[in-house]
Design a protein around this ligand. Structure first.
Ligand code: AMP
Ligand code: GLY
Length: 422
């Protein structure tokens, strides 16, 4: 069968690569794809972008199903558009995708269904927002309501920083429309984890646990980014924590969305803060797989991924299981100079063809082909991944890979997975 993956990042490279391993899969088209998906066996880039173009393409090529990588097409209603013409697509509807596309929607939903999360209020008036933070004190968290590619959150350790963030978003318009409303929420302490599941409207199939590294620099310093590296599994998610997340967070979302008349289908990602007692709190929902979490998670998936997605589309996720490698996986993101502010692009990337080991894999993101060279074309450029008998071993092998790769201005963290090793 032929499949379509929508997106151009490292996540989509990993999803498409894993889908293509199935003997049942003939071709995975990637729209638009990147320099990595261009050179991968059974993958084919296709330069289409509008919903209409994609629908026509799927009809013409008899695509068995489409998987949506990023949030933007979901929040623009691509699933609704495909479903209207009877095409199979795995993702949430535009309504359900509001769990990610509006922080205010997500917070109100969590409050209604008693899902543990930080206390909050929403503001579009700067004066009222300033008053609220004065009353609450710091640390406090200021979030743009709309989609901001992981960059719309300021964890303010001082009141000064909090006031600055409010002015940037509500007065200075720094986040555009996404920041014309802000959610101000209580500061949560603990350890973060990414909890990603597949949902078919009713049943849930959990993916392997993982942990991202959101800050740009070592020891969780510097600005927030889309994610600088990830590992799987996340030891902080013990069996007891896993059960709590399923019963207190995931199941209430599925039941709640169903009760609202908008059954949730697709990947659902709960960003968690797990406190010292093992109690999970929801920091955010994403209505898609995580990037870079996808890359190490896909390294570990041993099941036929196309069969899992078909089961989800048939609303039979309760009848399948996902098999994971006992090995751990670590992925280190290599980012362009000046990421996340204004990444510099165009540099030549070298050392990409040195992988000989089946336990190592470089997924491409902001990288494009130009004649016989691969050039930096975006903020997060590559994700160097490796499996290993332990997280420490996987880390060692991932950094071995990093050391072979070079481009001018390349930045990366040196401490990916250390939290799980200590
Ligand atoms: P978000 O985009 O909502 O996931 O937020 C980005 C990052 O900001 C998270 O991964 C956390 O590290 C941090 N963060 C968000 N909300 C909170 C909170 N209420 N308390 C502490 N840290 C937070
Ligand atoms: N890695 C965080 C995200 O995908 O939102």
């Amino acid at each position: 069968m032929k499949l379509l993956v929508i997106g151009s990042g490292g996540r989509e490279h990993a999803l498409a690569w894993r889908l293509a391993q199935s003997p049942r899969v003939e071709t995975v088209f990637v729209a638009p794809g990147n320099a990595g998906t261009l050179n991968e066996a059974k993958l084919q880039n296709i330069n289409i972008s509008t919903h209409e173009e994609m629908i026509k393409f799927c009809q013409k090529e008899k695509i068995a199903f489409t998987v949506v990588g990023p949030e933007a097409p979901l929040s623009a209603g691509i699933v609704d558009a495909f479903e209207r013409v009877g095409l199979a697509i795995f993702g949430p509807t535009q309504y359900a995708a509001q769990l990610e596309s509006s922080k205010d929607f997500a917070k109100a939903f969590m409050q209604k269904y008693h899902i543990p999360t930080a206390g909050y209020q929403t503001f579009s008036d700067a004066v009222a927002a300033h008053d609220y933070v004065n009353q609450k004190g710091a640390p406090i968290v200021i979030k743009a309501d709309g989609l901001a590619a992981g960059k719309g959150v300021v964890v303010a350790m001082s009141l000064e920083e909090a006031h600055g963030a409010i002015d940037d978003m509500l007065v200075g318009n720094k986040m555009g429309l996404a920041g014309s409303r802000v959610v101000i929420e209580d500061f949560l302490e603990g350890e973060e984890a990414s909890f990603i599941v597949m949902v078919d409207g009713e049943h849930v199939l959990p993916m392997a646990t993982s942990q991202d590294h959101k800050r740009l620099l070592d020891h969780d310093s510097g600005p927030n980014t889309g994610g600088m590296g990830a590992y799987s599994p996340a030891p902080v998610v013990t069996d007891a924590v896993f059960e709590r997340v399923m019963t207190q967070i995931i199941q209430p979302v599925i039941d709640g969305m169903k009760a609202e008349g908008h059954a949730y289908t697709g990947f659902l990602y709960a960003g968690l803060m797990i406190d010292q007692t093992g109690a999970p709190f929801t920091i955010e929902f994403n209505c898609r797989f995580g990037d870079p979490e996808t890359q190490p998670i896909m390294m570990r998936l041993e099941s036929d991924f196309s069969e899992l997605i078909e089961a989800a589309l048939a609303k039979k996720l309760d009848q399948v299981q996902a098999k994971w490698s006992d090995k751990a996986a670590v992925g280190v993101v290599l980012a362009a100079k000046n990421y996340p502010d204004t990444p510099e692009t165009g540099q030549v990337i070298t050392g990409l063809d040195t992988v000989t080991n089946t336990e190592q894999k470089v997924f491409y993101a902001g990288a494009k082909n130009s004649e016989d060279k691969v050039l930096v074309s975006g903020g997060r450029v590559l994700c160097a991944c490796a499996l290993g008998a332990s997280i420490a071993k996987a880390k060692e092998q991932a950094y071995e890979l990093v050391e072979q790769i070079h481009f001018d201005g390349m930045q990366y963290r040196h401490d990916i997975a250390d939290k799980a090793i200590k």
